[in-house]
Design a protein around this ligand. Structure first.
Ligand code: F0G
Length: 361
C-alpha cells in the first residue's frame, strides 16, 4: 500500500508490522499558540493538532495498524462502538481494505460531520438507544460471539499506532526546542491515548532513548459531566468506577467507563501527571481561544487547553514548564458546536452600499 508518506509507518521499528493499510496518516503539525501562551502564562506552549489527520482525528493512527491486523486475520466484518471519530476512521480504513464495517453510535449524541463520514465511506450505521458505554457492551459481545472484529481501543493494535503521537511530539519538540516537553495535556474518554503515551515512554526508556525522569507528565482532562478517571486520580483509587449517567457538549468524550484505565492510571501516576475536570463553558471558551490562534478544533479537543487553564489557576502547572496540548479532532467534525461558539451570520443585500449599511459604516 502507499505507506511511504505515512507518519505512522515512519516509526515501523516501534510497531508490529512494516506497513499497514495507509492513507498517509500522521505527520501532524505542532503549532505555537502565542495568545494562549499569553493567557495561560506558560512561556513555551505548543499544540499538537491531530485534527490534521486524513479523517480529521487521531483515530487514523490506530486504524492503519488495526485494519492491517484484520486483513491478516482474514475477518469479514469490522465493528466499533463510537462517539463518532472512531466510526469515521474505521469506515474510511475499512473501505480502503474493502471490508464490511459496522458502527454502533449513541443515538442523537454524535456530531454531524462524523456521521456523514461514516455514511459516505459506506459503513452500516446503527443508532443505538443508549450511551457510548452501552454501545461498547453490545459490540464487545458481538466480537466475543465471533460476529465481528472489534476495532475500539480495547484492541491493543490500535494503541500501537497511537503511540506514534508521542514519538512525533518528542521528535518535533526536540527539533524545535532541543528538549522533550515537561508535560503533555490531553482529553480523556476511553483513555486509549493516555495508555499509548505511557507505553511509548516506557519503550523509549527501555531502549535507552529517554531517561525515566524525562518522561513528560501525562495530564488528562475530562468534562465535568463525564469524569470517572478524574475522580479516580483525585481520590487515589486503584481503579475507575463506571458512571452510568454522562453528559457534555464535548460529545467525543461523553464516556462513563474509560476502558483503558488499567493501563492509563499507572501512566498518569508514574509520570507525575494528574487529571482535571472542566465545565462545558470552559471548553467552549478554549475552543474560541484556539480558533483565535488559527487552530480549529472540536469541543473535546479544546478540553486540553481548558484543563491547562484550570491547572495554571490551581498552581499545579508552572509557568516555566514546556507544555504540549493535544487537540484530537478537527473543527469541521462538529459544525453545530463551532457555529454555536462563533460569530452569528447576518443577512445582507447583494449590493455594496447595502452591505456598508448593514455594517453601520
Ligand atoms: N478526543 C476526541 C476528538 C475523541 O474522538 C476521543 C475519543 C477522545 C478525545 C478520547 O480519546 O478514548 O483515547 O481517551 N473518541 C472515541 C470515538 C471514543 O468513538 O471516537 P481516548
Amino acid at each position: 500500500d502507499d505507506f511511504e508518506g505515512s507518519g505512522v509507518w515512519r516509526y515501523a521499528a516501534a510497531l508490529p508490522f512494516e506497513t499497514g493499510v495507509s492513507i498517509e496518516e500522521g505527520n501532524t503539525p505542532l503549532y505555537t499558540v502565542p495568545s494562549i501562551e499569553d493567557a495561560t502564562g506558560v512561556a513555551d506552549l505548543r499544540v499538537k493538532h491531530e485534527g490534521m489527520n486524513p479523517t480529521g482525528s487521531f483515530k487514523d493512527r490506530g486504524m492503519t495498524v488495526g485494519v492491517k491486523v484484520s486483513e491478516r486475520l482474514g475477518v469479514d466484518r469490522l465493528a466499533c462502538a463510537s462517539t463518532g471519530n472512531t466510526s469515521a476512521a474505521l469506515a474510511c480504513y475499512g473501505a480502503r481494505a474493502d471490508t464490511e464495517v459496522l458502527v454502533l453510535l449513541p443515538a442523537g449524541k454524535v456530531a454531524a460531520g462524523k456521521v456523514a463520514q461514516a455514511a459516505l465511506h459506506g459503513a452500516r450505521i446503527l443508532e443505538v438507544d443508549g450511551n457510548f458505554d452501552d454501545c461498547l457492551d453490545v459490540v464487545s459481545e458481538l466480537a466475543d460471539r465471533g460476529e465481528a472484529y472489534l476495532l475500539n481501543s480495547l484492541n491493543p493494535f490500535r494503541l500501537e499506532g497511537q503511540k506514534t503521537i508521542a514519538l512525533e511530539i518528542l521528535e518535533q519538540s526536540k527539533a524545535e526546542t532541543g528538549e522533550y516537553p515537561d508535560r503533555i495535556v490531553l482529553p480523556v474518554g476511553n483513555a486509549g491515548n493516555t495508555a499509548a503515551l505511557y507505553k511509548s515512554f516506557r519503550e523509549l526508556v527501555a531502549a535507552g532513548d529517554m531517561d525515566e525522569d524525562e518522561m513528560p507528565a501525562i495530564t488528562g482532562v475530562q468534562a465535568e459531566g463525564a469524569a470517572p478517571l478524574v475522580e479516580a486520580i483525585q481520590s487515589g483509587a486503584e481503579s475507575v468506577e463506571r458512571w452510568e449517567e454522562v453528559e457534555t457538549r464535548a460529545t467525543a468524550i461523553r464516556i462513563g467507563m474509560p476502558v483503558n484505565a488499567p493501563k492509563a492510571l499507572p501512566g498518569v501516576r508514574a509520570t507525575g501527571g494528574t487529571a482535571v475536570a472542566v465545565e462545558d463553558e470552559e471548553i467552549t471558551a478554549a475552543q474560541r481561544e484556539l480558533a483565535q490562534d488559527g487552530v480549529g478544533v472540536e469541543p473535546a479537543s479544546a478540553a486540553s487547553v481548558a484543563g491547562l487553564h484550570k491547572l495554571r489557576e490551581q498552581g499545579v502547572v508552572d509557568a516555566d514548564e514546556q507544555v504540549v496540548c493535544l487537540t484530537t479532532g478537527h473543527l469541521l467534525k462538529d459544525p453545530d458546536a463551532a457555529a454555536a461558539a462563533g460569530a452569528e451570520p447576518v443577512p445582507a443585500p447583494a449590493d455594496a452600499d447595502g452591505v456598508l449599511d448593514v455594517l453601520g459604516e
